[in-house]
Structures are given as structure tokens and as C-alpha cells.
Design a protein around this ligand. Structure first.
Ligand code: FAD
Length: 405
């Protein structure tokens, strides 16, 4: 079979993983990333067993695990710090083959970038348009034009590829709450277990990273765009404003939250309004496939956005294996990925709505219900999400249709 060429638009977790999977199957690949460098300023990221299985398929699971922290237990607490539910990571690993691993995003990005030959990821290569000129696919970018056999749109929530080829699709919808992320300095005695503390319209979570650092995240129900006000593009000043706001909001929450906040560098607070994507009727069009957030951006309540992007990448390469018929292979990819990711997007949105409840009787009911559900049942309810395995034999559209019923 002649060597085929793929252009991956976007060098985030999904795009890099897709490039690795395609490159290993003999494709000539380029990754066009608009950022000037392949780095992640982001904080931590949790990778669930399904993501580790996808990384296994890429030959990277052991490396990623060695860079992450595995906590023995974690769970959800109420606003007074009392446990509502707890998860045993050993039980998770026993059921699903891997534990929950948390690492710094920069480390994950580095592993993915280093798994590719140095000339494949191209930073400073913003893509401005994708079109079919009748003879071939054309990707216009900062370095010129590419005419690949396959385009993978992995360019995130506000995807240019999606807007170009699905012009009528609805844009991202605001979830109604904003999120902060930060990493503490190394702590001499980090908390022994992670927790998400649920308040009224506010949540604060923390989990261990290697080296005694803690990854913290918080949410609050707010109108879109209500970030800290600073003049110009001074990100350090913006972060300090956010930090002050966080102290005001969460500084009196139960231990160890005040101590964790005290260990966060003021200039290291990231703030993002949270969006998800209304369901697309298809993730593919001809020889173009959307992947990761470009296809199915979801709220982070289940910690599954990147996990699903990794699943997408492995599945896409699998569907394209051994065939020259790219459009048919992409239809198989769509049938395998769309129902699953759209279900998880809905589930994540529902969990977020519950987590953000603020009316006191509803909060009381939520907390009581969370306390009553046995840990086993919570874990069992996660089975459809966590028990994913990479597709084995080459799949066809017909087989997948049956599978997704
Ligand atoms: P992105 O990471 O958005 O990458 C897209 C890339 O495309 C970027 O590098 C961008 O610069 C580039 N790009 C964009 N436009 C262009 C263009 N025109 N030309 C060239 N390049 C372009 N997921 C988890 O699995 N676990 C978690 O714990 C988790 N926590 C989260 C916490 C928060 C607060 C948030 C907001 C999300 C979280 N997620 C988590 C979700 C996760 O971050 C995303 O789902 C994941 O990063 C998606 O990867 P992606 O590669 O599809 O998109």
C-alpha cells in the first residue's frame, strides 16, 4: 500500500495521540499547532483506567504511570468536611485493570511529543482554513498549504476544522460555572487522600501529584466571562486577582483547603469558564475526522475529556488500519465514537448540575443521597465509562452499528 499522508490540526493531547497512533501504522503525519511551543501551562490531569488502556495501545502507559501519583483513596465531602462517599483506588484497579493516575499536564504533553519523530509536531503553524477543492483536501496554515489523504481536526473547543466543515453546527454552550486550577508548592506533609468538597454552587477539590505537590481545582456558578478584571494581557496580575478571589471564596472551607491555598503561588492560578459542545450529527465528513474536544468537548466533572480524546485517537488509527478507503473507515470511527462520547458528555453535564446545586433543600437532598449510595454502586455505575478497551479486529460500519445499539 502506498504511504498515506495525514494532517493533524492541533497538537494537544488528542492530536498528538492521533499522530502517534497513525505514525506507528505507517502514515506520514504532520501535526500543525498554532502555539509557538509544545508546552502546557495547565495544572494536573486525571487519567482513568480507560485512558491508561488507550495509552497502553500507544505503548506509553508505563511511562505515563511512572510520572503520575496514585492515591489510595479519594472521595466527596460536604461543605463541613464530612465524607459523603469514598473510592478505593485499589478496588478501581482490581475492577478495571488500572488505578486512577494524576499527573501534571506538561509531563503528559512531553511524553506524547517525545513519542514522535522531531519533525512531525510543528509549532507556530496556525491553520486558517480546510477545504476540498474537488481534487484534494487543502489545509491552509502559517507555513503554506498541505494536501493530505486525511485531515484530523483535533483543534479543541473552538475548532477551525469544525467551523469550516460543519458551519451549521451549534457552537459551545456555557455550563453555568467557571473553574480554577492550580498546583501547590511541594508540601512537607501533603494530605493523605484527595477529596472534592461540595458546597452550594461551589466546589473545591484536591488530589496528589508526585513530589508532595497537590493539584487543586475549584468551581463556582457565575455568569460567563466574569473573570478577574485586570488591564491589558497581564496574566500574572490576572492570576493574582483570581487568587485573592479564591481566598475570599474558599479560605474558610474545611481543612486542608486553607493550607492548600496558602501553598499555591499567587501567579499560578488558571481560570476557565466551562463549556461543552451540543451533539454533532457526525464526527466525520469525507476524509476529515474530528477528534477530542473539537468533536465532543465536555465539562470536566467526570475527568474524561482527555481520556476520551485518547480513546478517539486509538480507535481512529485502528479503523484506518489496512484500508485505502478512508471515508468508509471514518464512518466506522464515527459509529464507534459518537454515541459513547455524547453519552459521557451528557453524563458529565448532569453530574456538574448536581455538584453545582445551591438551593439549600436540594443540597441537603443531594448530600443525603450521596451518603446513602454504597461505594460499590458508584463504582459499578462507572463501568460503562471505565471498562473501555481498544477495538480489536478491524471493524466495519455494520458491525459497529450493532455494537452501539
Ligand atoms: P485541546 O487540549 O484543546 O488541544 C487543541 C490544540 O489545538 C491546542 O494545542 C490549540 O492550541 C490547537 N489549536 C487550536 N486551534 C488551532 C488552529 N487553528 N491551528 C492549529 N492549532 C490549533 N480531562 C481529563 O481526561 N481529565 C481531567 O482531569 C480533566 N480535567 C479538566 C479540568 C478542566 C478545568 C478543564 C477545562 C478540562 C479538563 N479535562 C480533563 C478536559 C481536557 O482538558 C480536554 O478534554 C483535553 O485537553 C482535550 O484535548 P484536545 O487535544 O482534544 O484539545
Amino acid at each position: 500500500m502506498p504511504q498515506r499522508a495525514a494532517t493533524v490540526v492541533g497538537g494537544g493531547i488528542g492530536g498528538l495521540a492521533a499522530a502517534i497512533a497513525l505514525h506507528r501504522r505507517g502514515w506520514r503525519v504532520e501535526v500543525l499547532e498554532r502555539a509557538p511551543k509544545f508546552t502546557e501551562i495547565g495544572a494536573g490531569i486525571s487519567l482513568w483506567p480507560n485512558a491508561l488502556r488507550a495509552l497502553e495501545a500507544l505503548g506509553l502507559a508505563d511511562t505515563v504511570r511512572s510520572l503520575g501519583a496514585v492515591e489510595a483513596t479519594g472521595g466527596v465531602r460536604d461543605r463541613r468536611g464530612r465524607w459523603l462517599s469514598r473510592t478505593d483506588n485499589a478496588e478501581l484497579a482490581r475492577r478495571f485493570g488500572h488505578p486512577l493516575v494524576v499527573l501534571h499536564r506538561a509531563d503528559l504533553l512531553r511524553v506524547l511529543t517525545e513519542a514522535l519523530p522531531a519533525d512531525i509536531p510543528r509549532s507556530g503553524s496556525e491553520v486558517s482554513a480546510v477545504r476540498d477543492d474537488g481534487r484534494s483536501l487543502v489545509v491552509e496554515h502559517a507555513g503554506g498549504e498541505s494536501r493530505p489523504d486525511l485531515v484530523v481536526g483535533a483543534d479543541g473547543l473552538r475548532s477551525v476544522v469544525r467551523r469550516a466543515l460543519w458551519p451549521d453546527a451549534d457552537g459551545p454552550r456555557y455550563a453555568g460555572y467557571s473553574a480554577w486550577r492550580m498546583v501547590t508548592e511541594p508540601l512537607p506533609e501533603p494530605p493523605s487522600e484527595g477529596a472534592a468538597t461540595w458546597g452550594r454552587g461551589e466546589r473545591f477539590g484536591y488530589t496528589a501529584l508526585p513530589g508532595g505537590r497537590m493539584y487543586c481545582f475549584a468551581t463556582a456558578s457565575l455568569p460567563a466571562g466574569s473573570t478577574a478584571h485586570t488591564t491589558g494581557a497581564d496574566t500574572t496580575a490576572a492570576s493574582s486577582c483570581e487568587y485573592t478571589g479564591l481566598l475570599r471564596r474558599f479560605g474558610a472551607w474545611p481543612d486542608p483547603i486553607p493550607a492548600l491555598l496558602a501553598a499555591v503561588p499567587e501567579d499560578a492560578v488558571l481560570r476557565h469558564d466551562l463549556y461543552d459542545l451540543p451533539p454533532l450529527p457526525s464526527f466525520v465528513l469525507g476524509r476529515v475526522a474530528l477528534l477530542g474536544d473539537a468533536a465532543h468537548a465536555m465539562t470536566p466533572n467526570l475527568g474524561q475529556g482527555a481520556c476520551q480524546a485518547l480513546e478517539d485517537a486509538v480507535t481512529l488509527a485502528h479503523c484506518l488500519d489496512g484500508t485505502t478507503d478512508v471515508p468508509t473507515a471514518l464512518r466506522s470511527y464515527d459509529l464507534l465514537r459518537r454515541p459513547r462520547t455524547q453519552l459521557i458528555t451528557r453524563r458529565s453535564a448532569r453530574l456538574g448540575a448536581v455538584g453545582q446545586l445551591s438551593w439549600p433543600p436540594a443540597v441537603l437532598l443531594r448530600d443525603t443521597a450521596a451518603r446513602l449510595v454504597p461505594a460499590r454502586a458508584t463504582l459499578r455505575s462507572m463501568t460503562p465509562v471505565l471498562a473501555w478497551t481498544p477495538p480489536g479486529d478491524r471493524v466495519t460500519a455494520t458491525e459497529n452499528e450493532n455494537e452501539n445499539r
